[in-house]
Design a protein around this ligand. Sequence first.
Ligand code: SAM
Length: 254
Amino acid sequence: MLNIISLGLSDEKDITVKGLELIKNSDFVYLENYTSILNCNVSVLEKFYNKKIILADRKMVEQEAEKTILANAKTKNVSFLVVGDALSATTHIDLLKRANDLGIKVNIVHNASILTAVAETGLQLYKFGKTTSIPFPEKNFQPETAYDAIKMNLKNDLHTLVLLDLRPNENKFMTINDAINLLMEIENKRKEKVFTEKTKIIGCARIGSKDSMIKYGAIYEMKKTDFGKPVHCLIVPAKLHFAEEEFVGQFKVK
Ligand SMILES: C[S@@+](CC[C@H](N)C(=O)[O-])C[C@H]1O[C@@H](n2cnc3c(N)ncnc32)[C@H](O)[C@@H]1O
């Protein structure tokens, strides 16, 4: 049996009762540790579940699952834990498919995702267009897909949720400020007027946690804002409905 268990966004207590019961009955517990992080340490999870946690990096999940996670799931109860919602903005459908192909029974336990938690900003979820992400730039890899997605969404009067790259094993997390700088670099090169220093955006950090932070303001104001610890994402809003404008107003940078 393979349980794919979503952990929610903040800490050890966001798990569902169903998810916790499955973990308690598991012989092996893996934590996928490369697509997002909780706002608490793995040791806190181990204590709360009273289970040893095996960290599963991208290589283990994408290339070695047949020898590790799935091999165990053929004869034992295995739980595979994912931060947020396991099947939202991640690629775990592939693991699900490979388990199905091997005839392993799979349980899926859903939970909160950043894709819906951004409703806390007051923006209406059904007014969002394509979600996009900004990867860390490399020497020969500076993609402009986020800029294009934002441009297309704005043209269709839709908000854009921008997810930011992270490499938890290197303790490297893209900040809202890094993302603004990367988007402005593309703007300065392409000059398509998707952004100016006065474009208003919404920055979101650690949504779902006690110390979450949401700020709404022009790019030049947001550049001066420190959003603190990871994880961060940002929203480029389209034209706001008056109810959205009123709600998001409480987050204005002062
Ligand atoms: C690849 S996505 C994984 C999303 C996860 N599966 C979910 O359902 O929430 C990870 C990115 O989403 C954003 N993110 C996830 N959780 C967040 C949170 N609590 N607050 C702000 N941004 C978050 C960050 O940009 C992070 O790098």
